[in-house]
Design a protein. Structure first.
Length: 307
């Protein structure tokens, strides 16, 4: 057994719902592992199984079969929670407390007290840019963004080894998203492993070392962002000065709407087009390397699953 921070092998999870308690398979043979020190993005459409996986990891949900280990311990064992911080997608807190009172309450739950607790609360608020006057107002007056920051602040109070965040960017404005991204990166620089789900794929692309893509309860892709985006074909968009009749175009090159614009399906097609232009004395004005984004690939995977 390696020392992965999260190890999931052949995980199956069924929900029973409705009057007839019909079983619905929510997770189908899910396997992946998260190494220590990794920022790991977990992406997929709504209802694909992201929150279910997270609830299994945190011990909130039982599972049918498979192997799940968090820092080498089963999440069914309470000990596994000792080094995990968790913020759910929609944190529910006692809304008659202020943000600061809430953090004191959670700090005491993880065994902090006195000056150490005050210091830890200041550190968490500072990191999430939540040391504003609203932190001493009651939670019931908070916006979704404020709630999100307090949710993440409580999750890091115990300085966990592993931080699990369900949709930490949802409901945040662009400034809030930037603050959370920076907080994740700073915690990671301090050695915290971070596993989080998100719909905001540009954020995932910018901060994750590795990504798993789940569609319809199955992992469809897993690896570094580069691995995933490069495996999906790389196009080149070339703009020339002048025009080339379609019948003369080299193999793998097609027109792209504008008479001066062309799409090359791969490196070889790009080289053929460049050679053709050189031979004919045609000037090449611009060439772009177009790699699909995570969003393009996820959209393609969802379409494939629905087909």
């Amino acid at each position: 057994m390696g020392d992965s921070m999260i190890k999931i092998e052949h995980l199956h999870k069924t929900y029973r719902s409705g009057f007839l308690m019909k079983p619905k398979l929510a997770l189908k043979d899910v396997s992946f592992s998260v190494e220590p020190g990794c920022v790991y993005g977990f992406i997929g459409p709504n209802g694909a199984g992201k929150s279910t996986t997270i609830k299994v990891l945190t011990g909130l949900l039982n599972f049918d079969s498979g192997k799940v280990l968090v820092n080498g311990i089963s999440p069914r064992d309470v000990k596994s929670r000792r080094f995990v911080g968790y913020s759910p997608e929609q944190p529910y807190f006692y809304d008659y407390l202020t943000g600061r009172e809430l953090l004191r309450f959670y700090g005491k739950l993880v065994g902090l007290d006195g000056a150490e607790l005050d210091k830890r609360i200041e550190w968490a608020l500072e990191l999430l840019h939540a040391n504003k006057d609203w932190i001493d107002r009651r939670l019931r007056s908070y916006s979704k963004g404020m709630m999100q920051r307090v949710g993440i602040a409580q999750a890091i109070l115990s300085k966990p080894k592993l931080l699990i965040l369900d949709e930490p960017m949802s409901g945040l404005d662009p400034m809030g998203r930037r603050d959370v991204r920076e907080a994740i990166m700073e915690l990671n620089r301090d050695g915290v492993t971070i596993f989080y789900s998100s719909h905001l794929l540009s954020d995932v692309e910018s901060i994750s070392h590795k990504v798993a893509m789940i569609v319809d309860g199955r992992i469809v892709r897993e690896g570094t962002v580069d691995d995933i985006t490069e495996s999906c074909g790389v196009e080149y968009h070339v703009r020339i000065r002048g025009a080339i009749p379609e019948k003369d175009l080299p193999q793998g090159v097609s027109p792209a709407g504008h008479p001066e614009d062309f799409v090359c399906e791969d490196d070889a097609a790009r080289d053929r087009l460049l050679r053709f232009c050189l031979d004919k004395g045609i000037a090449v004005e611009k060439m772009d390397h177009k790699r699909p984004s995570l969003e393009d690939i996820l959209t393609e995977e969802i379409a494939r699953a629905d087909a």
